[in-house]
Design a protein around this ligand. Structure first.
Ligand SMILES: NC(=O)c1ccc[n+]([C@@H]2O[C@H](COP(=O)([O-])OP(=O)(O)OC[C@H]3O[C@@H](n4cnc5c(N)ncnc54)[C@H](O)[C@@H]3O)[C@@H](O)[C@H]2O)c1
Ligand SMILES: [Zn+2]
Length: 371
């Protein structure tokens, strides 16, 4: 079991990682948290989705019951998937909180993947102008990326994550036992964020991935715990320096400019992480061409993406100009150019790099299908 701190100016929080660490929930649930009214026995609301509820809710309720004021935490279950990250679903959750008489000194626990974390975190951030919440991520994507950092969000028909607020959790509990039920494709998709963290952090973590690839894919418990802890440390360090994304935090978007565009243009046929893997291959190519990244370094990242079982080519043809235009809209940059995070070397990411759309279309050839 590993515990690490996310250090923030307004008061930090702990991240507990390991098999069986769900037990940490009972003390966290009643622990005082700076900026929030004290509550020896809060009412606890668990927000989860149907799939996760069937698999893991019982185990979490068994622990939370002793910490809840009425011994019966309120459970709010949403449909699984991105379609639940909406104002409508948030509205129905507010109604249930009102009916349950949930007050400012109470607690929300989000149990699920990034969708539940973003949605439940947003509801926690806005209910009574913000109440305490604990993240219990159950996907690898959420464990190594979404759960730490305090970004919450909802989607609008006009685009993803357009409504959101920063609201840091009071704690994060990552019980690796919960990840055992994840389908392999979802597990592998989450690994893309780990490769991203290695690319922006440095050689040591990249070397580790290369050495441990086999054990990572086999989800060996000790390796999985190490993987998650390392990722959380990297994310926590970036967030500690730039909590509200004024600058540095943008490096966490490496591979995401093209990744998001592909995700959108393929109608969410690929997983987010699969698109980020493709996005990193394109960003690597651009980094070699205009930021001085060594070809061998880009090659290492690309080989790792492939070894972990992530796609390295688009599943079907997607118009390059369309991808470039979507990137431009996403980043609201001037016509004819797009802003990218590029690598000068492994561990040396530079945000805000301007890339000409024609150069981007050219670089997209590296992920063309059937090459
Ligand atoms: N806030 C942030 O900083 C941040 C960072 C990265 C991603 N995100 C957001 O996270 C979301 C993606 O997260 P995700 O990939 O976890 O998706 P998700 O929450 O939709 O989960 C994927 C699927 O896995 C199922 N699932 C969850 N845990 C399971 C388990 N243990 N066993 C079996 N099935 C399980 C879910 O029911 C769902 O169907 C996106 O909305 C993205 O915007 C946010
Ligand atoms: Zn991502």
């Amino acid at each position: 079991m590993k515990t690490l701190n996310v250090e923030l100016t307004g008061g930090g929080y702990r991240v507990h990682i390991g098999a069986g660490v769900r037990g940490a929930l009972s003390s966290l649930a009643t622990a005082p948290h700076r900026g929030f009214p004290p509550a020896d026995k809060p009412r606890i609301t668990v927000i989860t989705d149907k799939t996760v509820a069937d698999l893991h809710l019982r185990a979490v309720l068994d622990i939370l019951q002793s910490a809840d004021d009425s011994s019966r935490p309120l459970v709010l279950t949403v449909d699984p998937g991105e379609a639940s990250k909406t104002l409508e679903v948030a509205g129905s959750l507010y109604q249930a909180l009102a009916q349950g008489g949930i007050e400012r000194s109470d607690l929300i626990v989000t149990l699920g993947g990034g969708v539940v974390g973003d949605l439940g975190g947003f509801v926690a951030a806005t209910w009574h102008r913000g109440i305490r919440f604990i993240q219990v991520p159950t996907t690898l994507e959420a464990a190594i990326d979404a759960a730490v950092g305090g970004k919450t969000a909802l989607n609008l028909p006009a685009g993803k994550n357009l409504v959101g607020v920063f609201h840091q959790p009071a704690g994060v509990v990552i019980d690796t036992d919960f990840l055992n039920t994840l389908p392999q494709r979802d597990f592998v998709a989450g690994l893309a964020e780990s490769v991203k963290h290695a690319a922006i952090d440095g050689e040591t973590f990249l070397d580790w991935h290369e050495q441990q690839a086999q054990s990572i894919l086999a989800r060996e418990p000790a390796v999985l715990e190490e993987l998650i802890a390392w990722n959380c440390r990297i994310k926590a360090a970036v967030v500690a320096q730039d909590e509200r994304e004024h600058g540095l935090r943008a490096v966490l978007n490496y591979g995401h400019t093209v990744g998001h565009a592909i995700e959108h243009l393929l109608g969410y046929e690929l997983r987010h992480g699969e698109c980020v893997g493709l996005g990193m291959i394109v960003a690597g190519e651009l980094s070699c061409r205009q930021a001085g990244l060594a070809r061998a370094s880009a090659g290492r990242i690309n080989s790792l993406v492939a070894r972990l079982g992530l796609p390295t080519r688009l599943p079907r043809r997607v118009d390059g100009a369309g991808i470039a235009a979507t990137c431009r809209l996403d980043k609201k940059t001037r016509a004819g150019e797009v802003r990218f995070v590029l690598l000068e070397g492994i561990g040396r990411a530079r945000p805000g790099c301007s890339v000409r759309e024609t150069d981007l279309v050219d670089a997209l050839a590296v992920i063309a299908p059937g090459r």
